[in-house]
Ligand binder design. Structure first.
Ligand code: AMP
Length: 391
Protein backbone atom coordinates (compact mmCIF):
# COMPACT_ATOMS: atom_id res chain seq x y z
CA UNK A 1 0.00 0.00 0.00
CA UNK A 2 1.75 3.16 -1.24
CA UNK A 3 0.63 6.77 -1.12
CA UNK A 4 1.98 9.58 -3.24
CA UNK A 5 2.23 12.89 -1.38
CA UNK A 6 2.23 15.99 -3.58
CA UNK A 7 3.09 19.56 -2.64
CA UNK A 8 2.58 21.77 -5.68
CA UNK A 9 3.89 25.31 -5.95
CA UNK A 10 3.34 27.73 -8.80
CA UNK A 11 6.41 26.48 -10.70
CA UNK A 12 7.39 23.45 -8.66
CA UNK A 13 6.01 20.10 -7.57
CA UNK A 14 7.51 18.20 -4.65
CA UNK A 15 6.59 14.58 -4.07
CA UNK A 16 7.22 11.65 -1.78
CA UNK A 17 6.10 8.08 -2.22
CA UNK A 18 5.40 6.52 1.17
CA UNK A 19 4.91 2.85 1.97
CA UNK A 20 2.11 2.77 4.52
CA UNK A 21 3.01 -0.62 5.98
CA UNK A 22 6.41 0.62 7.17
CA UNK A 23 5.50 4.34 7.02
CA UNK A 24 8.85 4.83 5.26
CA UNK A 25 9.54 7.20 2.39
CA UNK A 26 10.62 5.13 -0.60
CA UNK A 27 11.16 7.88 -3.17
CA UNK A 28 11.12 11.64 -3.25
CA UNK A 29 11.97 14.52 -5.51
CA UNK A 30 11.09 17.91 -6.83
CA UNK A 31 10.12 19.22 -10.27
CA UNK A 32 11.39 22.74 -10.77
CA UNK A 33 10.81 25.50 -13.30
CA UNK A 34 7.46 24.17 -14.48
CA UNK A 35 6.18 26.43 -17.26
CA UNK A 36 9.66 27.83 -17.79
CA UNK A 37 12.63 26.83 -19.91
CA UNK A 38 15.06 24.35 -18.37
CA UNK A 39 12.44 22.48 -16.33
CA UNK A 40 13.88 19.50 -14.50
CA UNK A 41 13.14 16.78 -12.00
CA UNK A 42 15.52 16.29 -9.09
CA UNK A 43 14.76 12.73 -8.05
CA UNK A 44 16.65 11.69 -4.95
CA UNK A 45 19.10 8.92 -5.68
CA UNK A 46 19.31 9.72 -9.39
CA UNK A 47 20.69 12.33 -11.76
CA UNK A 48 18.59 15.39 -12.58
CA UNK A 49 16.14 14.65 -15.38
CA UNK A 50 15.66 17.51 -17.83
CA UNK A 51 12.30 17.30 -19.59
CA UNK A 52 9.84 19.83 -20.98
CA UNK A 53 7.15 20.60 -18.39
CA UNK A 54 4.95 23.33 -19.86
CA UNK A 55 2.33 22.62 -17.17
CA UNK A 56 2.01 20.64 -13.93
CA UNK A 57 0.42 17.79 -15.91
CA UNK A 58 3.67 17.06 -17.76
CA UNK A 59 5.51 17.33 -14.44
CA UNK A 60 3.27 14.65 -12.90
CA UNK A 61 3.86 12.44 -15.97
CA UNK A 62 7.62 12.78 -15.55
CA UNK A 63 7.33 11.93 -11.85
CA UNK A 64 5.29 8.80 -12.57
CA UNK A 65 7.63 7.71 -15.38
CA UNK A 66 10.53 8.11 -12.98
CA UNK A 67 8.81 6.10 -10.25
CA UNK A 68 8.20 3.37 -12.87
CA UNK A 69 11.70 3.55 -14.40
CA UNK A 70 13.49 0.19 -14.60
CA UNK A 71 16.75 1.56 -13.17
CA UNK A 72 15.87 4.23 -10.63
CA UNK A 73 12.15 3.51 -10.18
CA UNK A 74 10.55 1.93 -7.13
CA UNK A 75 7.25 0.57 -8.48
CA UNK A 76 6.28 -1.78 -11.33
CA UNK A 77 2.78 -0.51 -11.98
CA UNK A 78 0.81 2.65 -11.26
CA UNK A 79 -1.75 0.44 -9.54
CA UNK A 80 0.67 0.25 -6.62
CA UNK A 81 -0.14 3.91 -5.85
CA UNK A 82 -3.43 3.53 -4.04
CA UNK A 83 -4.05 7.24 -3.37
CA UNK A 84 -2.58 10.71 -3.68
CA UNK A 85 -2.46 13.15 -0.76
CA UNK A 86 -2.20 16.83 -1.63
CA UNK A 87 -0.91 19.54 0.64
CA UNK A 88 -3.32 22.47 0.46
CA UNK A 89 -2.36 25.59 2.37
CA UNK A 90 -5.60 27.37 3.20
CA UNK A 91 -8.93 25.78 4.05
CA UNK A 92 -10.53 29.03 5.21
CA UNK A 93 -13.47 28.05 7.41
CA UNK A 94 -14.77 25.66 4.75
CA UNK A 95 -12.90 22.58 5.96
CA UNK A 96 -11.83 21.76 9.47
CA UNK A 97 -10.15 18.52 8.50
CA UNK A 98 -8.77 16.64 5.53
CA UNK A 99 -11.25 15.84 2.76
CA UNK A 100 -11.58 13.49 -0.21
CA UNK A 101 -11.23 15.49 -3.40
CA UNK A 102 -14.28 15.89 -5.65
CA UNK A 103 -15.01 18.57 -8.28
CA UNK A 104 -17.05 20.44 -5.62
CA UNK A 105 -14.14 20.32 -3.16
CA UNK A 106 -11.81 21.80 -5.79
CA UNK A 107 -14.26 24.69 -6.27
CA UNK A 108 -14.46 25.20 -2.51
CA UNK A 109 -10.66 25.29 -2.21
CA UNK A 110 -10.62 27.88 -5.01
CA UNK A 111 -13.07 30.02 -3.04
CA UNK A 112 -10.29 30.53 -0.49
CA UNK A 113 -7.67 31.53 -3.10
CA UNK A 114 -7.84 35.16 -1.97
CA UNK A 115 -6.47 34.25 1.44
CA UNK A 116 -3.49 32.32 0.05
CA UNK A 117 -2.97 33.72 -3.44
CA UNK A 118 0.54 32.33 -3.75
CA UNK A 119 -0.37 28.84 -2.56
CA UNK A 120 -3.95 27.66 -3.09
CA UNK A 121 -4.08 28.22 -6.87
CA UNK A 122 -0.80 26.30 -7.20
CA UNK A 123 -2.12 23.49 -4.97
CA UNK A 124 -5.16 23.25 -7.26
CA UNK A 125 -2.89 23.02 -10.31
CA UNK A 126 -1.20 20.03 -8.66
CA UNK A 127 -4.55 18.38 -7.90
CA UNK A 128 -5.86 18.86 -11.44
CA UNK A 129 -2.61 17.61 -12.97
CA UNK A 130 -2.75 14.40 -10.90
CA UNK A 131 -6.43 13.90 -11.74
CA UNK A 132 -5.61 14.32 -15.45
CA UNK A 133 -2.92 11.64 -15.31
CA UNK A 134 -4.45 9.30 -12.70
CA UNK A 135 -8.21 9.88 -13.03
CA UNK A 136 -9.21 6.72 -11.13
CA UNK A 137 -6.88 7.15 -8.16
CA UNK A 138 -8.53 8.59 -5.03
CA UNK A 139 -7.14 11.95 -3.91
CA UNK A 140 -7.26 13.73 -0.57
CA UNK A 141 -6.60 17.37 0.37
CA UNK A 142 -4.75 17.90 3.66
CA UNK A 143 -4.78 21.50 4.87
CA UNK A 144 -2.06 23.47 6.68
CA UNK A 145 -4.76 25.32 8.59
CA UNK A 146 -6.95 22.39 9.68
CA UNK A 147 -5.16 21.41 12.90
CA UNK A 148 -5.77 24.93 14.23
CA UNK A 149 -9.52 24.83 13.58
CA UNK A 150 -10.12 23.88 17.23
CA UNK A 151 -8.99 27.32 18.44
CA UNK A 152 -11.73 29.01 20.49
CA UNK A 153 -13.22 32.17 19.08
CA UNK A 154 -11.54 34.39 21.67
CA UNK A 155 -8.18 33.19 20.31
CA UNK A 156 -8.87 33.39 16.59
CA UNK A 157 -10.77 36.69 16.41
CA UNK A 158 -9.04 39.98 15.62
CA UNK A 159 -10.47 42.98 17.44
CA UNK A 160 -11.79 44.49 14.21
CA UNK A 161 -15.40 45.32 13.40
CA UNK A 162 -17.31 42.02 13.61
CA UNK A 163 -18.57 42.31 10.01
CA UNK A 164 -15.00 42.01 8.81
CA UNK A 165 -15.11 38.48 10.18
CA UNK A 166 -18.61 37.53 8.99
CA UNK A 167 -18.30 39.09 5.54
CA UNK A 168 -14.64 38.70 4.71
CA UNK A 169 -13.53 35.82 6.98
CA UNK A 170 -10.73 37.91 8.46
CA UNK A 171 -9.48 35.97 11.49
CA UNK A 172 -6.49 33.98 12.67
CA UNK A 173 -6.19 30.60 10.91
CA UNK A 174 -2.66 29.41 11.68
CA UNK A 175 -0.33 27.36 9.46
CA UNK A 176 2.19 24.48 9.63
CA UNK A 177 -0.80 22.46 10.90
CA UNK A 178 0.45 19.11 9.61
CA UNK A 179 3.74 19.63 11.47
CA UNK A 180 2.04 20.71 14.71
CA UNK A 181 -0.31 17.72 14.40
CA UNK A 182 2.56 15.26 13.94
CA UNK A 183 4.58 16.67 16.83
CA UNK A 184 1.53 16.79 19.13
CA UNK A 185 0.86 13.09 18.60
CA UNK A 186 4.55 12.14 19.02
CA UNK A 187 4.81 14.23 22.21
CA UNK A 188 1.75 12.50 23.66
CA UNK A 189 3.40 9.13 22.93
CA UNK A 190 6.71 10.21 24.49
CA UNK A 191 5.02 11.55 27.60
CA UNK A 192 2.66 8.56 27.76
CA UNK A 193 -0.43 10.71 28.22
CA UNK A 194 -3.07 12.45 26.13
CA UNK A 195 -4.00 15.28 28.51
CA UNK A 196 -0.82 17.27 27.90
CA UNK A 197 -0.43 21.03 28.02
CA UNK A 198 2.05 21.28 25.19
CA UNK A 199 3.80 24.14 23.38
CA UNK A 200 5.18 23.24 19.96
CA UNK A 201 7.90 25.43 18.45
CA UNK A 202 8.08 24.84 14.70
CA UNK A 203 11.21 26.87 14.00
CA UNK A 204 12.23 26.78 10.35
CA UNK A 205 12.57 29.38 7.66
CA UNK A 206 8.89 29.92 8.35
CA UNK A 207 8.26 29.67 12.09
CA UNK A 208 5.21 29.25 14.28
CA UNK A 209 4.35 28.17 17.80
CA UNK A 210 1.15 26.46 18.87
CA UNK A 211 -0.46 25.83 22.24
CA UNK A 212 -2.01 22.37 22.35
CA UNK A 213 -4.18 21.28 25.26
CA UNK A 214 -5.13 17.58 25.35
CA UNK A 215 -4.33 17.20 21.65
CA UNK A 216 -6.36 20.23 20.54
CA UNK A 217 -4.81 23.47 19.32
CA UNK A 218 -6.02 26.40 21.43
CA UNK A 219 -3.82 29.12 19.94
CA UNK A 220 -1.06 29.65 17.41
CA UNK A 221 1.21 32.49 16.35
CA UNK A 222 0.47 32.73 12.62
CA UNK A 223 -2.69 34.53 11.57
CA UNK A 224 -4.80 35.23 8.51
CA UNK A 225 -1.56 34.65 6.63
CA UNK A 226 1.83 33.24 7.68
CA UNK A 227 3.16 36.77 8.27
CA UNK A 228 2.02 37.10 11.89
CA UNK A 229 3.85 35.97 15.01
CA UNK A 230 7.50 34.99 15.30
CA UNK A 231 10.37 36.61 13.48
CA UNK A 232 11.24 34.42 10.46
CA UNK A 233 13.83 34.06 7.71
CA UNK A 234 12.45 36.94 5.66
CA UNK A 235 9.10 37.70 7.39
CA UNK A 236 8.76 40.36 10.04
CA UNK A 237 6.26 38.52 12.24
CA UNK A 238 4.35 40.82 14.63
CA UNK A 239 4.58 44.54 13.92
CA UNK A 240 2.30 47.44 14.75
CA UNK A 241 -0.19 47.49 11.82
CA UNK A 242 0.33 51.26 11.62
CA UNK A 243 3.80 50.46 10.25
CA UNK A 244 2.15 49.75 6.88
CA UNK A 245 0.93 53.31 6.30
CA UNK A 246 3.97 54.89 7.91
CA UNK A 247 6.43 52.91 5.79
CA UNK A 248 4.33 53.42 2.68
CA UNK A 249 4.61 57.17 3.14
CA UNK A 250 8.29 57.16 4.04
CA UNK A 251 9.40 54.74 1.30
CA UNK A 252 6.81 55.76 -1.27
CA UNK A 253 5.32 52.28 -1.53
CA UNK A 254 1.73 51.11 -1.91
CA UNK A 255 0.10 48.59 0.47
CA UNK A 256 1.09 45.56 -1.65
CA UNK A 257 4.66 46.74 -1.82
CA UNK A 258 4.86 47.22 1.95
CA UNK A 259 3.30 43.78 2.50
CA UNK A 260 5.90 42.32 0.17
CA UNK A 261 8.58 44.16 2.16
CA UNK A 262 7.27 42.63 5.38
CA UNK A 263 7.15 39.15 3.80
CA UNK A 264 10.36 39.07 1.80
CA UNK A 265 12.81 41.67 3.07
CA UNK A 266 12.32 41.56 6.81
CA UNK A 267 12.94 39.06 9.63
CA UNK A 268 16.46 37.64 9.98
CA UNK A 269 17.30 39.01 6.53
CA UNK A 270 16.12 42.50 7.37
CA UNK A 271 18.07 42.72 10.62
CA UNK A 272 21.27 40.83 9.73
CA UNK A 273 21.38 40.89 5.93
CA UNK A 274 21.32 37.06 6.02
CA UNK A 275 18.33 34.77 5.70
CA UNK A 276 19.68 31.28 6.38
CA UNK A 277 20.01 30.66 10.12
CA UNK A 278 23.32 28.82 9.66
CA UNK A 279 24.81 31.88 7.99
CA UNK A 280 23.46 34.15 10.72
CA UNK A 281 25.06 31.89 13.39
CA UNK A 282 28.40 31.90 11.52
CA UNK A 283 28.30 35.69 11.22
CA UNK A 284 27.53 36.04 14.94
CA UNK A 285 30.49 33.78 15.76
CA UNK A 286 32.70 36.13 13.74
CA UNK A 287 31.53 39.05 15.86
CA UNK A 288 28.78 40.48 13.63
CA UNK A 289 26.61 42.58 15.97
CA UNK A 290 23.56 42.61 13.68
CA UNK A 291 23.62 38.83 13.40
CA UNK A 292 23.71 38.63 17.20
CA UNK A 293 20.81 41.06 17.44
CA UNK A 294 18.79 39.01 14.92
CA UNK A 295 19.32 35.82 16.94
CA UNK A 296 18.54 37.61 20.22
CA UNK A 297 15.31 38.97 18.74
CA UNK A 298 14.33 35.58 17.32
CA UNK A 299 14.87 33.77 20.63
CA UNK A 300 13.28 36.52 22.70
CA UNK A 301 10.05 36.18 20.77
CA UNK A 302 10.06 32.40 21.10
CA UNK A 303 10.45 32.74 24.89
CA UNK A 304 7.71 35.36 25.05
CA UNK A 305 5.22 33.21 23.18
CA UNK A 306 6.00 30.10 25.22
CA UNK A 307 5.37 32.17 28.37
CA UNK A 308 2.14 33.53 26.89
CA UNK A 309 0.90 30.06 25.97
CA UNK A 310 1.83 28.64 29.37
CA UNK A 311 -0.43 31.38 30.77
CA UNK A 312 -3.16 30.72 28.17
CA UNK A 313 -3.31 27.06 29.25
CA UNK A 314 -2.81 27.87 32.93
CA UNK A 315 0.20 25.59 32.97
CA UNK A 316 2.56 23.70 30.73
CA UNK A 317 3.85 20.11 30.76
CA UNK A 318 6.01 19.95 27.70
CA UNK A 319 7.83 22.02 25.08
CA UNK A 320 8.72 20.50 21.70
CA UNK A 321 11.23 21.87 19.19
CA UNK A 322 10.94 20.95 15.54
CA UNK A 323 11.83 22.00 11.94
CA UNK A 324 15.20 23.13 10.55
CA UNK A 325 16.23 25.48 13.36
CA UNK A 326 14.41 23.71 16.19
CA UNK A 327 15.92 20.32 15.32
CA UNK A 328 19.44 21.51 14.53
CA UNK A 329 20.39 24.65 16.40
CA UNK A 330 21.49 23.93 19.96
CA UNK A 331 22.04 27.60 20.73
CA UNK A 332 18.44 28.61 20.05
CA UNK A 333 17.19 25.81 22.30
CA UNK A 334 19.79 26.74 24.93
CA UNK A 335 18.79 30.41 24.86
CA UNK A 336 15.09 29.59 25.00
CA UNK A 337 15.24 26.90 27.69
CA UNK A 338 17.57 29.04 29.84
CA UNK A 339 14.96 31.80 29.70
CA UNK A 340 12.24 29.49 30.96
CA UNK A 341 13.72 28.45 34.31
CA UNK A 342 10.88 30.42 35.97
CA UNK A 343 8.49 27.76 34.66
CA UNK A 344 10.58 25.00 36.23
CA UNK A 345 12.48 24.03 33.08
CA UNK A 346 15.78 22.36 34.00
CA UNK A 347 17.65 21.16 30.92
CA UNK A 348 20.81 19.20 30.25
CA UNK A 349 23.10 21.69 28.47
CA UNK A 350 25.67 19.10 27.38
CA UNK A 351 23.03 16.85 25.87
CA UNK A 352 21.31 19.75 24.13
CA UNK A 353 24.65 20.68 22.58
CA UNK A 354 25.17 17.18 21.17
CA UNK A 355 21.77 16.15 19.81
CA UNK A 356 20.24 17.15 16.50
CA UNK A 357 17.61 15.81 14.13
CA UNK A 358 16.64 12.94 16.43
CA UNK A 359 13.94 12.48 19.01
CA UNK A 360 15.63 13.50 22.26
CA UNK A 361 14.61 14.61 25.71
CA UNK A 362 16.51 17.78 26.64
CA UNK A 363 15.38 18.18 30.24
CA UNK A 364 16.67 16.47 33.36
CA UNK A 365 14.51 13.83 35.08
CA UNK A 366 13.40 16.25 37.82
CA UNK A 367 12.44 19.09 35.45
CA UNK A 368 8.86 20.27 36.10
CA UNK A 369 8.35 20.96 32.40
CA UNK A 370 9.78 18.51 29.85
CA UNK A 371 11.45 19.60 26.62
CA UNK A 372 12.08 17.48 23.55
CA UNK A 373 13.40 17.67 20.04
CA UNK A 374 10.82 15.95 17.85
CA UNK A 375 11.78 15.94 14.15
CA UNK A 376 8.72 16.78 12.11
CA UNK A 377 7.34 14.73 9.23
CA UNK A 378 4.66 16.67 7.38
CA UNK A 379 4.57 14.27 4.42
CA UNK A 380 3.84 11.34 6.72
CA UNK A 381 0.89 13.22 8.24
CA UNK A 382 -0.46 13.88 4.74
CA UNK A 383 0.00 10.19 3.86
CA UNK A 384 -1.67 9.04 7.10
CA UNK A 385 -4.60 11.40 6.60
CA UNK A 386 -4.98 10.22 3.00
CA UNK A 387 -4.86 6.60 4.08
CA UNK A 388 -7.46 7.24 6.78
CA UNK A 389 -9.89 8.79 4.30
CA UNK A 390 -9.51 6.35 1.42
CA UNK A 391 -9.54 3.16 3.48
P1 AMP B 1 13.01 24.51 7.36
O1 AMP B 1 12.18 25.67 6.89
O2 AMP B 1 12.34 23.68 8.43
O3 AMP B 1 13.57 23.67 6.23
O4 AMP B 1 14.29 25.14 8.10
C1 AMP B 1 15.19 25.94 7.39
C2 AMP B 1 16.03 26.72 8.39
O5 AMP B 1 16.69 25.80 9.26
C3 AMP B 1 17.11 27.55 7.72
O6 AMP B 1 17.16 28.83 8.32
C4 AMP B 1 18.36 26.77 8.02
O7 AMP B 1 19.46 27.61 8.13
C5 AMP B 1 18.04 26.17 9.36
N1 AMP B 1 18.90 25.02 9.57
C6 AMP B 1 18.90 23.85 8.92
N2 AMP B 1 19.92 23.07 9.35
C7 AMP B 1 20.59 23.79 10.29
C8 AMP B 1 21.73 23.57 11.09
N3 AMP B 1 22.40 22.44 11.02
N4 AMP B 1 22.12 24.56 11.94
C9 AMP B 1 21.42 25.72 12.01
N5 AMP B 1 20.34 25.98 11.27
C10 AMP B 1 19.92 25.04 10.43
Amino acid sequence: MKILVVNAGSSSLKYQLIDMTSEKMIAKGNCERIGESGSLLEHSGGDDIFAPMPTHTEAVKVVLDTLLDKKIGVIKSLKEICAVGHRVVHSGETFTESVKITPKVIDQIAENNDMAPLHNPANILGIKACLAVMPKTPMVAVFDTAFHSTMPQKAYMYALPYEVYTQHKVRKYGFHGTSHMFVASEAAKLMGREDLKLVICHLGNGASISAVNAGKCIDTTMGLTPLQGLMMGTRSGDVDPAVVEYLGNKLNMNVSEVTNYLNKKSGMLGISGLNDFRDVCDAMDKGDERAKLAIDMFCYRVIKYIGAYAAAMNGIDCIAFTAGIGENTYRVRDFVLSGLSFLGVDFDREKNYKVRRVVAELTKPNSKVKAFIIPTNEELVIARETNRLVK
